[in-house]
Design a binder for this molecule. Structure first.
Ligand SMILES: Nc1nc2c(ncn2[C@@H]2O[C@H](COP(=O)(O)OP(=O)(O)OP(=O)(O)O)[C@@H](O)[C@H]2O)c(=O)[nH]1
Length: 383
């Protein structure tokens, strides 16, 4: 009985050894190991599988795309045509709209007495229209709204007409973005940092593209490296190139380069962003004066846009004066007019500088920069 037991155990051991040997050989042949085996083992030279039909190199291509897809070219955005913008952005003047509602409310009183006119003056001054224009407007309204022969003219119509007169519809607000002959138009954009200058240059590039013009941007704000990147992002979205210089480099040389490239390539307009550190007037004068002089060695600057933040009130007006003494400002861009209750600044700044507001910023969206129009603006104010 015991011999039988030893015989059976012996046969079992031999059987197990034989199966183990067979499996080991199969594993080495195929190069495959049980699932938890590390990659090191697979790359060991001794175990490199022979190139047979069974080898994994044949199975592997399942993961490889036979014909890699070509990445689609980045699609460019199509900016909104400028003409429709002020109408679309009308509701953004909600803050300033309070001025219109307030004025209409006062004019609808039964008695237009001294208290009413005083309240009207307070409203206009609070909206930053300025002292002289306020007095003029109130005087004109007093005269025109006097009851004549028992017939009172429509207060809203009179107010609308007088406000439009005050904003001055006769000013030339066209952007000078074309040069003489083959020369490109050169737009120099100046203003204190933080007013929305770089954003405005980016938005302006979109306006030019929407008007089917070719453009080139100059990142002449070499003081702030991020400004260049910011500009490049704006340009990339609509396929407009940015000429840049080294950080801290000479802004005039970047502007010169950009205008030269603009001329060589025959672009329609070159827009130059500048730094606006206002630490002292002399420094600013030297820098901006040089930028303009250097550009004009090649081609005249056709437009100098001063960017002002509408929410800064009187401070903005002081800045405006300093800049206008440094360079010949030909147009004003009033940014952040959305949500500001100070729409009257449009009138005040034009009066101070004798220069028209040409563009208004009404939000942070890429197409939230609109050509300014006196009647459309007053209509938005009056709601
Ligand atoms: N709400 C609102 N925000 C605006 C408008 N224009 C610009 N901004 C915002 O104002 C901030 C400052 O804008 P920037 O363009 O960086 O200012 P900047 O004057 O160029 O500053 P620097 O590049 O340092 O010269 C950003 O957050 C803009 O999105 C506008 O019309 N409305």
């Amino acid at each position: 009985m015991q011999e039988w037991l030893y015989l059976v155990i012996g046969i079992a051991v031999v059987g197990v050894l034989a199966i183990a040997g067979f499996v080991g050989t199969r594993v080495r042949r195929s190069g495959r190991l049980p699932e938890d085996t590390s990659t090191d083992v697979l790359t060991t030279p001794v175990e490199t599988p022979p190139a047979t039909a069974e080898a994994p190199v044949v199975e592997a291509p399942a993961e490889v795309d036979p014909e890699p897809e070509v990445a689609p070219a980045p699609s460019l955005e199509t900016p909104e045509k400028p003409a429709s913008r002020l109408v679309r952005l009308r509701q953004r003047l909600a803050g300033s709209n309070a001025l219109g509602r307030g004025l209409l409310g006062l004019l609808s009183r039964d008695q237009l007495d001294e208290d009413t006119w005083e309240a009207m003056e307070d409203l206009l001054l609070a909206a930053d229209i300025g002292v002289a224009p306020t007095q003029e407007l109130v005087e004109r309204l007093r005269t025109r709204l006097r009851v004549e022969g028992g017939k009172t003219p429509d207060a809203r119509t009179v107010l609308r007409e007088e406000l439009i007169n005050l904003v001055d519809p006769t000013m030339d607000r066209a952007l000078k973005v074309s040069g003489e002959g083959d020369a490109p138009g050169v737009v120099l954009v100046v203003g204190v940092n933080g007013t929305g200058k770089t954003t405005t240059v980016g938005k302006l590039a979109r306006i030019l593209v929407a008007d089917e013009r070719t453009a080139l941007l100059a990142a002449a704000d070499t003081f702030r490296a991020a400004a260049t990147e910011q500009l490049a992002t704006w340009g990339d979205r609509v396929g407009v190139e940015v000429v840049r210089g080294p950080e801290g480099g000479d802004p005039a040389s970047v502007a010169f380069d950009a205008v030269k490239q603009g001329m060589d390539r025959g672009v329609d307009t070159v827009v130059v962003d500048t730094a606006g550190r206002l630490q002292n007037k002399q420094g600013l004068m030297d820098e901006l004066g040089k930028v303009k002089r250097v550009i004009e060695k090649q081609s005249p600057v056709t437009e100098v846009l001063l960017v002002l933040d509408a929410t800064t009130g009187q401070n903005g007006l002081i800045q405006a004066k300093v800049f206008s003494e440094v360079v010949d400002v030909t147009g004003i861009v009033l940014t952040k007019l959305d949500g500001s209750a100070k729409g009257g600044i449009v009138i005040a700044v034009q009066r101070q500088l004798g220069v028209p507001v040409k563009l208004v910023g009404l939000g942070e969206g890429p197409d939230d920069l609109a050509p300014f129009d006196a009647a459309a603006f007053v209509d938005a104010l009056l709601g």
